[in-house]
Design a protein around this ligand. Sequence first.
Ligand code: SDX
Length: 431
Amino acid sequence: MADTVTITDNRTGKEIECPILTGVYGAPVIDTKTLYKELGMFTFDPGFVTTASCRSAITYLDGEKGILLHRGYPIEQLAENSSYLEVCYLLLYGELPTQSGFDQFRLNLNKRNMVHEHLERFYTGYRYDAHPMSMLIGVTGALSSYYHEAMDINDPEDRDLTAIRVIAKMPILAAHCYNYAMGHPFVYSRDDLGYVENFLNMMFSVPMREYIPDPVAVRALNLMLILHADHEQNASTSTVRLAGSAEANPFACIAAGVVTLWGRAHGGANEAVLRMLAQIESADNIPKFIARAKDKDDSFRLMGFGHRVYKNYDPRATIIRQVCHDLLEAIDTVDQPTFEIAMQLEEIALKDDYFIERKLYPNVDFYSGIILKALGIPTPMYTVMFALARSAGWIAQWLEMMEDPDFKIGRPRQLYIGSETRDYIPIEKRG
Ligand code: SDX
């Protein structure tokens, strides 16, 4: 007999059996598809705290044990041994590549590592001081105005080519946000450079001198990109899936993911961490801000702390924390006071009962913002870097959804709490 959960409506005594579906790891799910048809009711779960939206084989998280797997490989092993581009391959195709497979992947990406010259005109419509995420939203969406020769989302070859185009073009669009913000010329992608070196070159090289990326920066950025590549059904990935479920243009779906990631409760947190540290200004002020974070009447939250899923330690934070501490010890920077505040804030929060009781630990964004600042990347670019990394996860999840036998347009319901039916009153008769 199949495992089921019995749901009984004690108002009528009617009951239904809902199948329990079990995955490879993680909590089983209750299949409530027949709930409305049989009991005339919906489930209610604001924020989807306990709702599984899909089957997926890409990423597995265990929030209690602090586990993160990509296609079964622990994030700790990928961080130690892999490269961001190899993780992109793994997310897209489900297996680590052979050398020939990886070489072909690189070749496919190099064939697509230009954007139409006209796309660069989109940037000039932005003010010089526009937030780079506002630019990235626009130009990513603008990609949907190209490539119509390969945009049949029901054609597997077109879908695969779109994935290659996203991985190849997002670093160009991201780097151009920085070029434009700095008033520098746009820098073209280069086939002869590795993925991270190429991105840093597109961001920082200028016509008058050769740019040699710092190996410390390359290693730190490669790790950052790996740690941010995918993360199950987070808010921005769920947005990409919902837009894709309506059969929207895949580049427009990625743009929708960029929009959601910008929120400071999500991918905007890394930038918000640095703004918070600047607001704290001195270690003497830390107790005041900790008190504000606890005050229900104060909207202030400790940016970079807490997580919807990880109620232990964010395994990515464990990995990146050490890189962050090593980097801060290795460099001598004018930003040292900022980093001192960050380290003291981390220490105080980890010992404070409010944070311990609510299992609010530093998340990956707490450390990634500090690392990016130490690498000399301007604060407004941090979420652009996150979007660059996550674009691999977004397009991998989009591909998986498009091939899902359960594919259907996403359309949640609601609990209506508005007015009862009432008749229209002509304006001259209103009070
Ligand atoms: C990312 O989903 C993902 O996987 C996201 C991500 C990914 O890779 O895609 O991991 C990336 O978004 C990481 C999170 C980055 N955001 C921040 O650092 C912003 C600060 N964090 C909070 O906004 C918050 O912790 C969330 C949004 C991350 C999680 O919020 P939840 O799960 O809805 O938790 P909650 O609001 O229910 O909080 C539970 C309690 C509440 O207090 P009580 O009502 O129980 O008294 O903890 C408190 C909250 O007020 N709380 C905080 C807090 N976060 C939660 N209090 C102070 N500071 C905080 N940061």
